[in-house]
Ligand binder design. Sequence first.
Ligand code: MG
Ligand code: MG
Length: 263
Amino acid sequence: MSKPVPVPAGFIKSPEAIGAMRAAGWMLGQTLQILSAAAKPSMSGDELDIIARDTIRALGGEPAFLGFEKFPSTICLSRNDAIVHGLPTGQRLAAGDIIGIDCGVRLNGWNTDAAVTITIGQPSGVDTNLITATHKALVAGIQMVRPGVQLGEVQAAIQAVIEKLGYGLVRTLTGHGIGRSLHEAPGIPNYGTVGTGIRLEAGMVFCLEPMLTTGSGAVKTAADGWTIVASEGSHIRTAHQEHTILVTETGREVLSAQPGEII
Ligand code: MG
Ligand code: MG
């Protein structure tokens, strides 16, 4: 038997924190659903960002990304070979794009974080399959979450799907704990080993976020200093999906689920 892995301070949330994160997660699910419906050819990233900011504020939350580590926007918009941390700009979406929309909502000082990847216009088979694989990887991880399971088993479930389906797994970016800050300990890679990691307990809240590419999974930072792109170049397609998840007494609750989303 290996020694238990220590639980980071603050990883288990109070009922008050969970209540705020549940409400913030509901707002985030609503917002991502609205953004996914609004993202059409000829709409700019800036326009989508304004919809996100206004929607979150109308629902009673705060845009959690805006100003976080000096990030200038409400959403990350990552297009085609860009996988995460893309900046919305005046550039217009085009039919054939695959875009990741990552967003966070804060309520009473408590954060939530979630992302979707969608296609603009008629999707290619390559993009459809990539998005389906990313969703399967996220769901495989989520379905492992319950008290007593170790995080390594959750991570291994995500990794198994990505590798079985033959995609590149981004190893240099991870899921994470979340709470007062958007990114808290522990880091949760999208790969891992059964029998390792923190043992889950009710009240823990964290983000799982598989990132897949049609390349090797290698990524680098683009010239803008924010956007993470596939290392191999612009012919590579990428996808990222994320949810904020609460460990409950009997399993898990996906706090950032969209209305009607089946997980
Ligand atoms: Mg995120
Ligand atoms: Mg995250």
